[in-house]
Ligand binder design. Structure first.
Ligand SMILES: [Zn+2]
Length: 384
């Protein structure tokens, strides 16, 4: 076992701590407040930004996962991706599959495995896009087994070790999974053994475009396209495509288990560290800026009830008047005891801070400002 001061990805690099991070309140990946004191660092060798994997981190993850809820504010429904122009919400996984089928030739039938399938949102979209496929889901607990098995085309649900799943598969997906995995290289090698000829689709958050992702206490690794490519190659995969524009603020990668030695992506650890330091500085500015706005507003709201909104609520000691959310399944409910209103219900003259990735915030403002009587504020990442 490596000492906690060694990188959990390459195993050899020493970690350079992001000291300022431990002062931030944190959030769990299922959007619940989590106390400050988290430790994040960047590897001096492979450049990967990561949680320091020590006993405290493992204990925190154990507590987080033992009471986990998927998208609990929306009652289990998948978060839609809002189109900047039409205001139409498309499930994120359907949008991802549409991009994928434009990029690669996905056959009409085959056998697929979605690892970390949750309540089956990706499988449901896959079934709609490729109805002839035999679909399988894997998840560490069996809470959603019945729900997943009821989706058209699903032939199996697995819980437990990857080695026990009967392969092979033609397609394997890891949607918001790899960032949780403590040792991604051996994990990816196990997948290659289970499905040696499969196309692998990986979706992870991109913290440069969405610094709020750093605040997630149970994320083991915070990827950039270069560090993700590096880890895939270290596990013996060759990269078919890697994109940061398929889904806003996320990295989408398509890879194949390599038959020849994969090339290695050159990572500059100093550049990677600078990206992480910038993200931490951005979060600090957001906190200061939001406090200033709240101190002079008649009424103060926080936009969004996911990671950024939950974090800002904690940093402001819960002293906010309302949450604003565009997702109709959340409006009218409460998050952390605070009412959730739609943009059209915002009281005139109030100020709203948007702890959202800049590109997302810009689109929301464009859509809402003319129709809403409130001031909307956000911080540009380039201002950090
Ligand atoms: Zn490393």
């Amino acid at each position: 076992m490596n000492s906690p001061t060694n990188c959990h990805l390459c195993g050899v690099g020493k970690l350079r701590a992001l000291e300022a991070f431990s002062d931030f309140q944190q959030v769990t990946s299922d959007c619940k407040p989590w106390p400050s004191g988290g430790k994040k660092a960047c590897c001096e060798k492979c450049g990967t930004t990561q949680a320091v994997i020590d006993e405290a981190w493992k204990e925190a993850c154990h507590r987080i996962y033992s009471s986990y809820t998927v998208y609990h504010q929306g009652g289990g429904k998948e978060q839609p991706v809002f189109d900047a122009n039409s205001n139409a919400g498309t499930p994120r996984s359907l949008k991802l599959l549409n991009k994928l089928t434009q990029e690669i030739d996905l056959p009409e039938d085959g056998r697929a495995l979605d690892i970390g399938c949750g309540n089956g949102n990706f499988i449901r979209s896959f079934s709609a896009v490729r109805p002839k496929w035999r679909l399988n889901g894997a998840e560490y607990n069996r809470l959603c087994e019945t729900e997943v098995l009821s989706i058209a085309g699903v032939e199996g649900f697995y819980s437990g070790e990857l080695e026990t799943i009967p392969g092979p598969f033609d397609f394997v997906s890891l949607i918001h999974v790899l960032e949780h995995i403590e040792n991604p290289v051996p994990f990816l090698k196990k997948i290659a053994a289970l499905a040696p000829n499969a196309t692998l689709l990986i979706e992870v958050p991109f913290f440069r475009d969405n610094p709020y992702e750093l605040l997630i206490a149970d994320h083991a690794t915070h990827y950039t396209p270069n560090t993700l490519a590096n880890i895939l190659q270290a596990a013996g995969y060759s990269i078919r495509a890697i994109h940061t524009d398929w889904i806003l603020k996320e990295i989408s990668a398509v890879a194949m288990a390599a038959t020849t030695a994969p090339t290695t992506t050159v990572v500059n650890p100093d550049e990677e560290l600078a990206t992480a330091v910038d993200a931490v500085a951005f979060l600090d500015k957001v906190r200061t800026h939001a406090r200033e706005i709240r101190s002079r507003a008649q009424a103060f709201g926080v936009f969004g009830t996911s990671i950024g909104g939950t974090w800002l609520y904690s940093e402001l000691d819960g002293k906010i008047d309302f949450f604003v959310d565009e997702d109709p399944s959340r409006v009218g409910k409460r998050h952390l005891g605070v009412e959730i209103v739609s943009p059209s219900q915002v009281p005139p003259g109030s100020a709203i801070f948007m702890p959202l990735a800049e590109r997302v915030a810009r689109d929301v403002v464009k859509r809402l400002q003319s129709a809403s009587p409130a001031e909307y504020h956000y911080l540009s990442t380039s201002a950090a």
